[in-house]
Unconditional design. Structure first.
Length: 134
């Protein structure tokens, strides 16, 4: 009986220690705006995530080439002045912060000066890259 209790205790402890990492390398996109979206292209090395992000809004690109970084499950990027199209310099300094949920989605928000400035974006894996020069 004592041996069974020890085995059960170890089993329950291990359940809480799941250190698995979902494979999230690839292209992820979320609808955003009236006729556009945000695309994140990721590379993965273990828990380390790097890549680029862009935002399109018909008929063109709002920003592209924003550098993405993170440690799984978290990912973020900031939009710099040089990443922006001439129309959209008011996006300078906006930051996206999100997390992979473990069920095939990346969810997060845009922030400006520390304040949340978007509804929740829900990214799903997609094929291809919808950004120009990314």
């Amino acid at each position: 009986e004592t041996a069974i209790r020890v085995v059960l205790a170890v089993a329950f402890a291990l359940v809480g220690c799941d250190d698995s990492v979902e494979d999230v390398a690839g292209v992820w996109s979320a609808p955003y705006g009236h006729m556009g979206g945000v695309t994140v292209s990721l590379k993965q090395n273990g828990r380390s995530l790097t890549g680029t992000a862009c935002r399109t809004e018909y008929p063109g690109v709002v920003f592209s080439g924003a550098r993405v970084a993170g440690t799984y499950p978290d990912v973020s990027f900031s939009v710099n002045y040089d990443n922006l199209a001439a129309c959209c310099k008011d996006w300078t300094g906006r930051t996206f912060q999100g997390s992979f949920t473990g069920n095939g989605t990346l969810k997060g928000h845009f922030f400006s000066d520390g304040a949340e400035v978007s509804a929740e974006l829900v990214f799903t894996r997609t094929s291809g890259n919808t950004c120009i020069d990314d």
